[in-house]
Design a protein around this ligand. Structure first.
Ligand SMILES: CC(C)(COP(=O)(O)OP(=O)(O)OC[C@H]1O[C@@H](n2cnc3c(N)ncnc32)[C@H](O)[C@@H]1OP(=O)(O)O)[C@@H](O)C(=O)NCCC(=O)NCCS
Length: 164
């Protein structure tokens, strides 16, 4: 799928990134009750400035069809990459396209010299869990934030996966 990736515009794209994040919360937790829109908009504004390659809209033929949020961070004394959102619009899910998003994630972290990346997934989000397993991510541990979550991870050195 010929997706393109461009940095999120913290003002002009908010009609995409706000509903996408709400939808992702609903999918993960069954509701979006803890979602604070203003806080999220402020976060996007700051992160797009700090790490523009990691805060991107996914486009197909000029149309916004998804979103990625990722950045390097410290974890137990080392630098890892952390993916805080992978999102495709409903009609593009379950067709294998998510793998293209994972390739983007791994390419960006590799270019920035990040040797490993993590993400957190709700154990009730079974399609996402199956997808991450297929991409080679493995469970590191369970964590409790506002909800019970699983931390998954994968080394980057293991090389790029073949395209689907
Ligand atoms: C997670 C996501 C990026 C995965 O990308 P994808 O292209 O849909 O992934 P795949 O096509 O490989 O599908 C994942 C698995 O779930 C299955 N699946 C079933 N129903 C599904 C649904 N409604 N949506 C997605 N996947 C579904 C797929 O068949 C596939 O399983 P299989 O490999 O055993 O056939 C994408 O589904 C998405 O954006 N989901 C909504 C947001 C979300 O949950 N993000 C993750 C939060 S951590």
């Amino acid at each position: 799928m010929p997706f393109t990736f461009r940095t999120i515009n913290a003002v002009g794209d908010r009609d995409y990134f706000v509903p996408f994040r709400r939808d992702a919360s609903r999918i993960s937790f069954g509701h979006a009750a803890t979602f604070d829109e203003q806080e999220y908009r402020d976060l996007i504004e700051a992160r797009t400035r700090e790490f523009p390659d990691g805060y991107v809209m996914v486009e197909l033929d000029g149309r916004v069809v998804g979103q990625i949020e990722m950045h390097p961070r410290e974890f137990e004394g080392r630098t890892i990459g952390f993916v805080s959102l992978l999102y495709l619009i409903p009609e593009l899910r379950a067709k294998g396209y998510g793998m293209t998003l994972i390739h983007y994630v791994e390419d960006v972290f590799r270019r920035h010299g990040v040797p490993e990346y993590h993400l957190r997934v709700s154990p009730t989000n079974k399609p996402a869990l199956r997808f991450y397993k297929k991409c080679g991510l493995v469970k590191i541990r369970e964590e409790r934030h506002q909800h019970a979550m699983w931390r998954l991870g994968k080394p980057i050195e293991s090389g790029r996966m073949p395209h689907p």
